[in-house]
Ligand binder design. Structure first.
Ligand SMILES: [Zn+2]
Length: 251
């Protein structure tokens, strides 16, 4: 009875979680059933994902008609053809690997980021697809689109920005940005050891840093009469702002 109650509240929590939806929710419910109620029956401390896939999708279904969830390597798998139930479940779990994914504007909405010469603001025309790049912010490691329109001056500006970014990254190797995607089922099924599975699903995966919940306080207490040195540490001269790269405020 307790197991049933625990299962019920776990599934309710999944249903209430806006990140836990679609096939991920279905996979979560099937896994919760295995963890809470032993269905399919566990094999000692493990249970078979193949059996869960069979319970979820049936034994033979081929998913040629459904888009793949966008986990690491999905383009290559799409080219090789969609697999059966088991592959489908692995794709769903792969899309939920905890990781950093660049956010923000989509490729097609990038505006030209060249600062205007005589007036304030940016050029702002639609960037040309051939002149749109994702550059890495040396301060955070986050990746942002930067683009130029087809005007010669804007293209020259973008080429200079790309070259400068390349140099910055050599001088200041960027940190790995904190994870911002995935790990939804890990939240709801903490009993499962997800990391080995994620390593199997993406051999390049390593545990990403998480956003630090600790915020640096702004005030310092001074003991005695000597003020501490509050000058900020050296930092790269460039930082990413929406639409383009600019000098960092303290540069
Ligand atoms: Zn422009």
């Amino acid at each position: 009875m307790n197991a049933l109650r625990g299962h019920d509240s776990r599934v309710r929590a999944m249903l209430a979680d806006p990140d836990c939806c679609g096939e991920l929710l279905l996979a979560g419910i099937a896994l919760a059933r295995a963890v809470d109620l032993g269905d399919p029956a566990p094999l000692g401390p493990t249970f078979s994902l193949r059996a869960v896939a069979k319970a979820l999708y049936g034994p033979v279904r081929i998913f040629a008609d459904l888009a793949l969830p966008a986990g690491p390597g999905w383009q290559e798998r799409r080219r090789s053809g969609a697999g059966g139930s088991y592959d489908r479940l692995l794709d769903v779990l792969r899309a939920d690997i905890r990781r950093y994914v660049p956010t923000g504007t989509s490729f097609h909405q990038v505006a030209c980021g060249r600062p205007r010469v005589r007036t304030k603001g940016l050029c702002g025309r639609s960037a040309s697809p051939n002149h749109t790049r994702r550059l890495t912010d040396p301060l955070t490691g986050e990746r942002h689109w930067v683009g130029a329109c087809s005007q010669a001056a804007c293209k020259t500006w973008l080429a200079a920005v790309i070259a400068r970014n390349k140099e910055e990254l050599v001088d200041h190797p960027p940190p790995v940005p904190p994870a911002n995607t995935g790990g939804v089922l890990e939240r709801h099924l903490p009993e499962i050891d997800w990391w080995p599975l994620w390593r199997c699903l993406d051999e390049r995966w390593t545990p990403p840093p998480e956003a630090d919940p600790f915020h640096q306080p702004k005030l310092q207490l001074v003991l005695g009469d000597d003020l501490p040195d509050l000058r900020p540490a050296a930092r790269p001269a460039l930082t990413v702002l929406r639409g383009g790269w600019t000098a960092a405020p303290n540069a």
